[in-house]
Design a protein around this ligand. Structure first.
Ligand code: TA6
Length: 296
């Protein structure tokens, strides 16, 4: 759908569509309480700024903005597999949803200043080789003084549908040395760097590459940032796992779409159905993976 049609059908009242980086179509949702931008490419929330506050989501200055590449930052939608494809190393990391073109389904604003946009993706827009089963994805983004992102997955086929998924949120922080991630105390955890499991004790601080998958965790978690003097709240739904990731300097240096020093200004706290928390949908059934992000 071209910009003129998008704006005439779904624009207005603080919702607009324009050409963004890499000529990607970007939707902007703005009201008195907050602002967010998302690319139709990947159904990718790129930014969220609560009224009068600092940007909450991080975006690499080296990010690709291209039809065949994932955007590095914001909230990548990882589906139908988290991480590497289980059997085909040629398939894209973290699934195909974040490199597919999503369609706008509806948009609006409620009386209490919540602007929302709903995008859709089905098997008709995706290469059959990646995934042979029918599905219907809906991504609903709501913006006020908090950001809500909900990925609804429906099995529209007649076979069981197995998937893993993530809302792979990148958060903007003052410096990796200034933060603690709180909320995983006592949770079982897999360290993917050495494939060992342990139980987390206390809050998470960062001094090296960190890539941890937490299980049995449905509670809210927080990023406490002494530099920005703020606490980001991450409230999950439809998820009993989470991933905390920082690539640190060596891995950042190996990623062409990630500035060598940028690991200091970001942390990922991801809302997932990953590994042990992968899901199966019977025909006709739905599952929603959601996150509400706010600043205290
Ligand atoms: O969520 C953590 C992780 O799986 C890391 O292992 C790292 O690979 C990161 O995601 C980014 O993956 P990407 O494919 O976006 O480079």
């Amino acid at each position: 759908m071209d910009l003129e049609t998008l704006n005439s059908r779904f624009g207005g009242d603080g919702i607009s569509f324009s050409v963004g980086p890499g000529n990607l179509t970007v939707a902007r949702l703005e009201n008195e309480l907050g602002m967010a931008e998302l690319a139709l490419h990947g159904g990718h929330v790129m930014s969220f700024v609560p009224g009068g506050g600092a940007p909450v989501l991080w975006m690499s200055r080296e990010s690709w903005f291209a039809a065949d590449k994932p955007i590095r930052g914001g909230i990548p939608v990882c589906w139908p597999w988290f991480g590497a494809h289980p059997t085909n190393a040629q398939f894209p990391s973290h699934g195909f949803a974040r490199i597919s073109e999503w369609q706008v389904k509806s948009a609006g604003k409620t009386a209490d200043q919540v602007s929302w946009l709903e995008l859709g993706l089905t098997e008709r827009q995706v290469a059959k080789s990646f995934f042979p089963q029918p599905f219907d994805l809906r991504l609903r983004v709501e913006v006020s003084d908090v950001l809500s992102v909900a990925l609804r997955i429906e099995n529209t086929g007649d076979e069981h549908l197995n998937f893993s998924a993530a809302l792979h949120s990148y958060f903007n922080i003052s410096d990796i040395g200034n933060i603690a991630v709180v909320g995983f105390d006592g949770k079982p955890c897999l360290d993917t760097l050495d494939n060992t499991r342990h139980v987390q004790s206390g809050s998470l601080k960062f001094e090296r590459e960190t890539d941890l998958v937490f299980f049995d965790c449905e509670e809210d978690c927080f990023i406490e940032d002494s530099g920005l003097k703020r606490r980001i709240r991450i409230a999950k739904s439809g998820s009993s796992s989470a991933v905390v990731w920082n690539p640190w300097s060596d891995k950042a240096g190996r990623m062409p779409d990630f500035g060598n020093d940028e690991y200091r200004s970001m942390v990922c706290v991801e809302t997932t159905n990953a590994l042990d928390d992968a899901r199966t949908l019977a025909p006709g059934k739905r599952h929603t993976l959601g996150v509400v992000i706010g600043v205290a």
